[in-house]
Design a protein. Structure first.
Ligand SMILES: NC(=O)c1ccc[n+]([C@@H]2O[C@H](COP(=O)([O-])OP(=O)(O)OC[C@H]3O[C@@H](n4cnc5c(N)ncnc54)[C@H](OP(=O)(O)O)[C@@H]3O)[C@@H](O)[C@H]2O)c1
Length: 323
């Protein structure tokens, strides 16, 4: 089978499409025929050698790809939740031999049934961003109807799902984005959009219940201002696990009796996040946003585009054509 592998860390050119052995599923694993995957910041960060959190976990040569959608081809002896032929999506083997491959073997617990009303390409755009956005909005943010929620990076892979999840939970949703994404975000359900290039959200907002920082840009001043616009007892959730909160930010949060927390890492529940996402998609309350589809062989071009940090929704890598 064919898979993208890296033998050294570096630029997009280190990703090679190679012939590698088809994996065999262990007792608690499924063998997945992959139809689609997508590009996430973690993919190019790993390709470059990782950050402080990821570096110790990376071992060359290695595969890539946080996301995968496809059809279960075989199951291990202990797998009860899936059978061959099931359409599933998930976040397999992170960080390692993920969705940038024609087949992968990974723990069954890393998958959920795919929504029945979307394509493999749409499903391949969702899993890792859905895990982060669900965890931020539902599990950590506890968003309730009528609450005011601010989402930084609202047009991105994580951000657009956070907007849709918060809206589905009945919140008043404010997003930050560049002006060309205003109409897009309003269509997704955002009640207000702020252009972070020309406007200062901290001058426009106050008494926010939840701020979710889903921007790919690490900026301590945005974090500090986010804490300042929270109401007393509010919640600040940040997606930038690799960049710990400084003491000054913790002081502002403490003075407001506010909670500051990172989203991501090992604490995420695949089951509740992916099952919750599937339900909202099947109810027509959430959709997958795919801005461009590349064949797997053009992964380098997709990474170059993602690294500009202005993708709307997701860039999908099509691994196999849907019948
Ligand atoms: N994807 C995952 O699975 C995952 C998992 C864990 C953590 N995270 C973290 O979550 C963050 C977001 O990931 P992502 O996949 O959503 O990234 P992404 O899709 O690459 O984000 C692109 C978006 O970022 C926006 N953006 C760029 N600069 C900005 C700025 N200065 N302020 C506000 N928004 C800005 C852009 O909006 P405009 O074009 O409108 O300017 C664009 O829509 C990253 O820090 C990532 O490390 C992601």
């Amino acid at each position: 089978m064919k898979a993208i592998r890296i033998h050294e860390f570096g630029g997009p050119e280190v990703m090679q499409l190679e012939e590698v052995p088809k994996p065999l599923p262990a007792a608690d694993e499924i063998l997945l025929k992959v139809y689609a995957t997508s590009v996430n910041p973690a993919d190019y960060i790993i390709r470059q050698g990782g950050n402080d959190l990821l570096r110790p976990l990376l071992k060359l040569p290695m595969g890539l790809g946080l996301d995968a959608s496809g059809i279960v081809e075989a199951i291990g002896a202990d797998v009860k939740d899936f059978k061959p032929g099931n359409k599933v999506y998930g976040v397999p083997n992170f960080p390692g031999d993920g969705g940038y491959a024609e087949y992968l073997a990974a723990k069954a617990t890393q998958f959920a049934p795919m929504p029945h009303n979307i394509t493999f390409n749409e499903a391949g755009a969702l899993p890792s961003c859905a895990l982060i956005a669900w965890n931020a909005i539902v599990d950590l943010g506890h968003v309730q109807p009528g609450q005011r929620v601010l989402i930084h990076g609202a047009a991105g892979g994580v951000g657009n799902l956070a907007v849709q999840f918060a809206k589905a939970k009945g919140a008043y949703v404010i997003g930050t984005a560049s002006a060309h994404n205003f109409d897009f975000l309003k269509e997704l359900g955002a009640d207000e959009v702020i252009d972070y290039n020309t406007q200062h959200f901290e001058e426009l907002l106050h008494d926010i219940d939840l701020v979710f920082n889903a921007s790919p840009v690490r900026d301590q001043s945005v974090r500090m201002k986010s804490a300042e616009v929270l109401k007393d007892g509010g919640i600040f959730v940040c997606s930038q696990l690799d960049s710990p909160f400084p003491a000054a930010l913790l002081q502002v949060l403490a003075a407001k009796n506010a909670i500051g927390t990172m989203v991501g890492g090992g604490s995420i529940s695949y089951t509740s996040s992916l099952h919750g996402t599937t339900a909202l998609i099947e109810e027509g309350k959430v959709k997958a946003v795919v801005s461009k589809v590349y064949p797997l062989a053009e992964v380098a071009a997709a990474h170059r585009e993602s690294e500009k940090k202005h993708v709307r929704g997701k860039l999908v890598l099509e691994v196999a054509k849907e019948n």
